[in-house]
Design a binder for this molecule. Structure first.
Ligand code: G3H
Ligand code: ZN
Length: 308
């Protein structure tokens, strides 16, 4: 079980050190996507409440809406003021130009995503991007992706994703690209089925494959598509070698549902912070609940209900 006490003096530490320490303690770092200030406020509030480190993520689309430099400036300001170990990841980055933009803006990590390309091309483009962003900031964490887990943190009609990653592929990819962490396809999927949003179905992971990939790759492992995953599978995946867990759709569902509810409460209400305060609280509950789970702490039933 980890807490801020463990990280008391680490808000200025490098992300890599935090991951190493979490791994030793059998915990994983929660990665939560933000597209606006409401979501960002919720993630920061959850980190403050739980006293646990977090990785704030923004994909290319989310960065375009928020502003990459603006988000990095806000994060820096939050980190300084709170002294919390909060980090920033440029999630699902599909070009060298966008990866460089994020590195120059001060992001702590980049998820380099050329996984839609054939393996050899994925290797070449990832390697080139790793070298370029490390030239800007040698401490930046470079993640590479292999396999197909579908795209988009949305509510979906049918399951997506292709062939699962193999340990041999993972070994080759890490060796050839110089990445710091690997995101494989291990039964995970981006987004949630309707049945998952209703709490009637859960995602299940190939736990044995995770352990084999960890052994072969020998680097930090990231689990994408975390929304709707069975709690027990999360715990076992961390034991098997997962170091970072991405959650987005669950936050978006909480954001949408609470916004609808808040707007419906008083049709004459026009004060944004009155409408949006319950939305921040609702998303914060989801983030706190997931964070506690990733650190082996008890999850409050109310928080789980918010997701379902
Ligand atoms: O990169 C973001 C994620 O992998 C989130 O996936 O929307 O299924 O939680 P999710
Ligand atoms: Zn993802």
């Amino acid at each position: 079980m980890t807490s801020i006490e463990t990280f008391r003096s680490t808000s200025k530490d490098k992300l890599r050190d935090v991951l190493t320490r979490l791994e030793k303690e059998g915990a994983a770092l929660g990665h939560f996507n933000v597209a606006d200030h409401v979501l960002l406020k919720a993630v920061i509030a959850a980190a403050a409440d739980t006293k646990l480190p977090v990785l704030v993520g923004a994909s290319e689309g989310e960065r375009e809406f928020f502003g990459a430099r603006q988000l990095a400036a806000l994060l820096k300001s939050e980190r300084q003021e709170s002294d919390l170990p909060i980090f920033l990841n440029a999630d699902h980055t599909h070009s060298l130009a966008k990866a460089l933009e994020a590195a120059k803006a001060g992001f702590d990590a980049v998820t380099i995503d050329f996984s839609a390309l054939p393996f050899e091309e994925n290797v070449a483009r990832t390697k080139e991007t790793v070298e370029a962003i490390k030239a800007v900031n040698p401490a930046i964490l470079a993640e590479g992706e292999i396999g197909d887990i579908g795209t988009g943190s949305e509510i979906k009609e049918t399951a997506q994703g292709g062939k699962l990653s193999t340990p041999e592929e993972a070994r080759q990819f890490v060796e050839a690209t110089g990445i710091d962490n690997l995101a494989p396809a291990v039964g995970n999927m981006h987004g949630m089925l309707k049945s998952m949003v209703q709490g009637k179905a859960k995602k299940h992971l190939d736990l044995e494959r995770i352990a084999q990939i960890k052994h072969a790759a020998g680097v930090f492992l990231t689990l994408h598509g975390g929304s709707g995953t069975d709690d027990e599978h999360f715990r076992k995946a961390i034991t098997a070698g997962i170091n970072i867990i991405h959650i987005n759709t669950e936050l978006r569902v909480a954001w949408r549902e609470s916004l609808d509810k808040s707007l419906a409460q008083d049709l004459n209400e026009v004060v944004p912070y009155k409408i949006l305060r319950p939305v921040v609280d609702s998303v914060k509950q989801v983030v706190s609940s997931r964070l506690r789970l990733f650190h082996g702490q008890t999850v409050s039933p109310e928080a789980v209900e918010t997701v379902a």
